[in-house]
Design a protein around this ligand. Structure first.
Ligand code: SF4
Ligand SMILES: [Zn+2]
Length: 442
């Protein structure tokens, strides 16, 4: 199958045009450029930069100047995105065949890359950029026309993410029954939560569960907190399990899951328990997991894993802190013999934790899951520590009304278009940055 290509202009399209740029230090990407290239690449296009550099033919700069600027550009966008850079160095008076909108540079590589030119595009800020693909039988797009102001705008005309079909009820419901945690770990955002009340009122968590009975939901009765810091947790589990279709999942630090609590929990019925242990050496553990006792955590976890039947999934997790490879290996070795799964995972970067650039991709998080704060409000995402994406309130609406309501619908549309930048919460989130999403291509 032949390859569809995009021929992209450089100055004024990818980087700010200062006129005959010689100095790599002043190369500045136009915002959205990298994202635009990533979208095109995920849509399966081969990407070429095609640039007229007549400054060389006019004697104003050298080929090596152009190459230095190109190198800097590739450094800024990542060189894997671009297949090749094609340059004409001639002055217009030389009447060459390679200066855009002439097509020689592309005809020369057509066979090498097996290009399907009639389904390819050129994009740039000049008429000649637009004309280039048209001279080759493809389509040209000019930035500055038809409400297209950036490369990213142009790309959105060519490629779009395929919308996801949402079910009319969620598969997972997360409930912050309390904001309390018995640990004080430096790396955890739980410590920044200031919502009130500290404990969800009984009628609120009961309503969430009542509203969703018979749906086959997997409930996670915690958000950023430690679930067993809520002294009502066994009662909450009993209430959930009155529904035979319901499942229960926990993420826990394990410190409060004593053998006694474990016995009750296994009797009530629990389906998945993930223990965050985050250390093999007691000394290292104590530095990370402040306020918890290592031996108690280990003993509780071992007791639970050994007594959980074959239908209860157990997982033991460690965050892959830098320079802990040896500890990770020992951790793996130990817990593989005890838990059904061992996971060594990167530390989450919550939205607004230092991210400066938006990511132009849809999101997997919102497709099947729903999240309730301690006060009964629902939010778009469990990573929404600061209540930036509230979508409803279960004290005033049913769960179904929230899940199928307008606020969530409009967030879904925006996210499915890859427009995270239009949602305050998501505009600084890099979750799923390596995930591939299906694309529609014009
Ligand atoms: S983009 Fe990030 S913040 Fe927004 S819903 Fe997805 S995971 Fe949550
Ligand atoms: Zn030329």
């Amino acid at each position: 199958m032949s390859n569809r290509a995009i021929f992209i202009d450089r100055d004024g399209t990818m980087i700010i045009d200062h006129g005959y740029i010689k100095d790599p230090n002043i190369v500045e990407l136009i915002p959205g450029t990298k994202q635009a290239l990533e979208m095109l690449k995920s849509a399966g296009f081969m990407l070429f930069i095609v640039t007229n550099q007549s400054g060389v033919g006019r004697g104003m700069m050298k080929v090596s100047d152009v190459e230095a600027v190109n190198a800097r550009l590739l450094q800024l966008i990542g060189k894997d995105l671009i297949t090749q850079i094609l340059t004409c160095y001639h002055a217009p008076e030389e009447n060459c065949n390679c200066r855009k909108p002439n097509t020689k540079l592309i005809e020369d590589i057509k066979l090498k890359y097996d290009l399907d030119l009639s389904n390819s595009y050129s994009i740039g800020d000049k008429d000649s950029d637009k004309q280039l693909a048209e001279n080759l039988g493809g389509k040209g797009i000019k930035i500055g026309e038809n409400n297209i102001n950036t490369l990213l705008d142009a790309v959105k005309q060519i490629a779009s993410f395929k919308p996801y079909t949402y079910k009319n009820k969620p598969d997972h419901i997360q409930i912050e029954t309390t904001i309390v945690c018995n640990a004080k770990c430096d790396f955890c955002t739980q410590r920044k939560v200031t919502r009130r009340p500290k404990r969800m009122e009984d009628n609120v968590w009961k309503k969430i569960i009542d509203d969703t009975r018979g749906w086959g939901v997997s409930y996670r009765p915690f958000l950023l907190n430690e679930p067993f810091a809520d002294t009502r947790m066994l009662d909450i589990c009993r209430y959930i399990k009155q529904d035979k279709t319901a499942k229960i999942e926990f993420n826990t630090n394990g410190s409060l899951l004593s053998p006694k609590v474990t016995d009750s929990l296994l009797e009530i019925g629990v389906d998945i328990v993930r223990f965050s242990i985050d250390g093999f050496f007691e000394q290292e553990y104590n530095k990370r997991r402040k306020g918890l006792d290592f031996k108690t955590v280990e003993n509780n976890t071992e007791y639970f894993c050994k007594n959980a039947g074959k239908d209860v999934f157990t997982e033991v997790r460690m965050i892959a802190f830098p320079n802990t490879e040896k500890e990770q290996n020992l951790f793996n070795e130990k817990w593989t013999k005890i838990a059904k799964n061992v996971l060594v995972t990167e530390l989450y970067r919550y939205p607004w934790e230092g991210q400066t650039e938006p990511l132009y991709k849809p999101c997997l998080k919102i497709r099947k899951e729903m999240f309730f704060y301690v006060d009964g409000r629902a939010t778009l995402c469990c990573w929404d520590t600061n209540e930036r994406g509230v979508i409803g309130d279960v004290k005033e609406q049913t769960v179904s009304e929230i899940w199928n309501g307008e606020p969530l619908k409009s967030y879904r549309n925006i996210l499915d278009n890859g427009e995270r930048d239009k949602i305050l919460l998501c505009s600084r989130c890099d979750a799923y940055k390596n995930a591939n999403f299906d694309m529609n291509i014009k």
